[in-house]
Design a protein around this ligand. Structure first.
Ligand code: AMP
Length: 213
């Protein structure tokens, strides 16, 4: 099963991708996670990407397309994968389509999580992520049992540097301009499935599961 999770920053793509990965035993591939790891390791890629990420802008298409092309040929992707945060532009979607076609593969479904802007701002400014296992929390709506400590693994929680109000506004703008057109792109291919991303994480997850099975 090959899935794409579409939706603005804060719509819950990462959380749902984590749940889907456990249920279907296929890897979640998040370009954001790959880029953040490169920034953390201070690699050449990380140095280049950081300039864009800090401003809430997109990293150039050729960079992220290269990352995805390398990742989806790994053996753990044979039975499928869940793309979280890729594609984000029409060019990325076209290149992904060409790459998969050359491999005799295709995307099965594109799951679009819709959340209104006010809610996104609340979610993003309160978001906390585990440095160790990637589990996600929220300061008010899903707080950890012990402040700043992950319930799952005891790791340290952190706030992403791009989850500040100025950068969030920019990221939402970039989403509307560059990424939202992908809805029509995949609608035309008959792959788009839209879910209202309000309500609890478990309720949304069960809707997603129904849509893909
Ligand atoms: P995310 O964790 O998906 O919100 O991504 C964090 C940041 O990484 C984005 O704001 C972009 O700067 C960069 N990024 C992640 N995925 C992509 C992508 N597919 N295309 C371009 N930039 C990306």
């Amino acid at each position: 099963m090959r899935l794409i999770l579409l939706g603005p920053p804060g719509s819950g793509k990462g959380t749902q991708a984590n749940l889907l990965q456990d249920k279907f035993s296929i890897p979640k591939i998040s370009t954001g996670d790959i880029l953040r790891a490169a920034v953390e390791d201070d690699t050449e890629l990380g140095k280049q990407a950081k300039k864009f990420m800090d401003k809430g802008e997109l990293v150039p298409d050729e960079v992220v397309i290269g990352l995805i092309k390398e990742r989806i040929v790994e053996p753990d992707c044979e039975a499928g994968f869940i793309l979280d945060g890729f594609p984000r532009t029409i060019v990325q979607a076209e290149k992904l389509g060409e790459t998969l076609e050359a491999m005799g593969q295709d995307i099965d479904s594109v799951l679009d999580l819709e959340v209104d802007r006010g809610e996104l701002l609340v979610r993003l400014t309160g978001r906390r992520t585990c440095k160790n296992c990637g589990a996600m929390f929220h300061r008010t709506s899903h707080p950890p049992k012990v402040e700043e400590i992950c319930d799952e693994c005891g790791g340290e929680l952190y706030q992403r540097p791009d989850d500040n109000e100025e950068t969030i506004v920019k990221r939402l703008e970039v989403y509307s301009k560059e990424t939202a057109p992908l809805k029509e792109f995949y609608q035309k291919q008959g792959k788009l499935k839209t879910i209202q991303g309000r309500g609890g994480m478990d309720a949304i997850f069960s809707q997603l599961c129904k849509m893909v099975s």
